[in-house]
Design a binder for this molecule. Structure first.
Ligand code: DC
Length: 223
């Protein structure tokens, strides 16, 4: 039987969203990138001029602000819509400022508690591909199929670098690599729900595989 709840975890820029989105399309499932919720809280805090180091205030924001994640309403490269207080903040959540602070926000236990609870409620409806860092370990340990998608920091930084150039942006490889390494460090050493593969996850190392090969391999696991 095709798994109903599919969890894809792994470090930044390992290709989780590309894989998850394709898989969701192929199976007719909902795609849910949970990282956008941490990004939305970070954006909100920055937008309100808050200091992201004020843990209690940021956690209160996460507890009191509903974040809507809906299927993409525009074909501008987005994987889904992120709506907060009636405003479409999908692209704002990708801003450099957000990128630079999101790991700090995602390490706060109060923020994780609030967002994980929402994610779990959505995930339990089934027919869903959920992407994040702790889906298979914490949010939905009962997921029917757990994938841990890994790749070296160098490989992931290279992919990010090319993505940015393709979108017409300017990028420095060394700077991207340093950020990828720093985010890995924060995400995998935090006290609550650190990034790690669940014991029953299938680990896929995508260093020597392209996106098609990874997709075919996971699709085969679903059949
Ligand atoms: O996948 P991403 O780059 O959009 O994730 C943004 C941040 O949120 C990153 O620092 C990891 C964190 N995150 C998390 O801690 N747990 C999740 N389930 C998803 C993302």
């Amino acid at each position: 039987m095709t798994p109903s709840i599919i969890a894809i975890d792994g470090p930044a820029a390992s290709g989780k969203s590309t894989l998850g989105l394709r898989l969701a399309h192929a199976l007719g499932y909902l795609f849910f990138d949970t990282g956008v919720m941490y990004r939305a809280v970070t954006w909100l805090a920055l937008n309100r001029g808050m200091n992201v180091n004020e843990e209690h205030a940021v956690a209160t924001l996460a507890e009191t602000t509903p974040i809507d994640v809906a299927p993409a309403s525009a074909s501008d490269g987005r994987a889904c819509d992120v709506i907060v207080e009636g405003k479409d903040i999908t692209w704002e959540t990708r801003a450099r400022e957000v990128e630079a602070h999101v790991s700090i926000v995602a390490a706060y236990p109060g923020v994780r508690r609030a967002l994980s609870a929402q994610q779990r409620r959505i995930g339990l409806r089934g027919k869903i591909v959920m992407v994040g860092r702790d889906i298979g370990t914490v949010v939905l340990p009962e997921a029917d199929l757990k994938i841990y998608l890994d790749a070296t920091a160098q490989q992931r930084a290279t992919r990010r670098y090319h993505e940015i150039l393709l979108r017409g942006g300017a990028a420095e490889y060394e700077e991207i690599l340093a950020k990828v390494i720093e985010r890995d460090r924060i995400d995998s050493t935090r006290d609550v729900a650190p990034l790690r593969a669940a014991d029953d996850a299938v680990t896929i190392d995508s260093d020597s595989m392209d996106a098609d090969e990874v997709f075919e391999k996971v699709l085969a696991l679903c059949k």
